[in-house]
Design a protein around this ligand. Sequence first.
Ligand code: GUN
Ligand code: FE
Length: 428
Amino acid sequence: MATTLIRNATIVTMNRNDDILQGDVRIEGATITQIGAGLDGSSADRIIDAGGKVLLPGFVQTHIHLCQTLFRGRADDLALIDWLRKRIWPLEAAHSEDSVYYSALLGIGELIRSGTTTILDMETVHHTEAAFQAILESGIRAFSGKVMMDYGTEVPLALQEKTSDSLEQSVRLLEQWHGKGSGKIQYAFCPRFVVSCTEELLVGVRDLSEQYGVKVHTHASENLGEIEIVESERGMRNVVYLDHIGLAKPNLILAHSIWLDDEEKRIIKERGVKVTHCPGSNLKLASGVAQIPALLESGVTVGIGADGAPCNNNLDMFQEMRLTAFIQKVQHGPTVMNAKQVLRMATMGGAEVLGMEKQIGSIEVGKLADLQLLDLEDFHVYPSFDADWYSRIVYAATRGDVDTVLIGGDVVMQNRIMTTIDKPLVLK
Ligand code: GUN
Ligand code: FE
């Protein structure tokens, strides 16, 4: 088992006590085994000198579409349903196995370079095995699954599946990929949103997710047009409908959740449903402002995701953290969300969304070594200032400051150079 010692870091632990320590971290295999000052490095296989650098937990992004990475620049200035219909769905329908693979590989490269070590991903209807292959080769920790769409007047026929095919193919992918990559890969059922799913499909997802004990990842209440379709076709609001089907449970993860009424908020809270905030996407698609402070205040677990690359043109958690704070400040005033709360959503919050709060999201002995080392030397301040690390990270750090990234103890980027997935990309 390889041993790594990270030396002399400023360790922003994100543990329960909000400890910020000066010292070393020992990693044995995939796990953090010691945190302290002056740890003995004589038996370490690898020593990383982190003097002057900041060690943070890797970011956990709880809503990504790797398959959309290559769709940037043709997807602008439309609201959700038109954007899907005119831009995203035709492109998803045109995907080949190769293009899904490279879309995923490029997306993962961007994610790791900007400090993200775990993702909850949603693929397209076809070629999901190619995305899993890219995930496996990259070493990123990922929950992913094929998107499920068996209905919808707006959905192109090329992306509509028979209900039974959608369920069977999902189970086949689950059986093939769940637990692969030394446990780093997990399957999640991904019914795209109520607009594109029959009740029969959603009931099937409910039963299968229970049977296999896996997550369900969907979009809900992102856009007023979407809600209108759901209300007119199902006679209920999104979350009420999901609850009516029996899907509103702790394993359900809802992306966006902007336009929630009081009953929907009550269901989310009482059933332990998780929410993913996508601030860049919500702004660019003009979807709206999610009421994140109120959700957090009521005890709902909230993570952050960049959504697909066309939604905001990058997959960068530093940008998403800043937007999370800015949007709420301009609406509710400057004290509504502090930097520590935002950084918490990007780390422990995401871990809790995925039910992995005991394994990832903070730097603690016994947790997996999913870590990022930031070099903030370009951030000039009076040396006599007390360092407010949370504000520096949330408001000043950029993806270019990410120096080294480890996932499960493996170095996947060092000195800003990817060590795992720098391979020549040949696009057909
Ligand atoms: N709702 C259904 N599909 C999508 C998608 O691909 N992206 C976003 N942002 N919302 C969706
Ligand atoms: Fe999305």
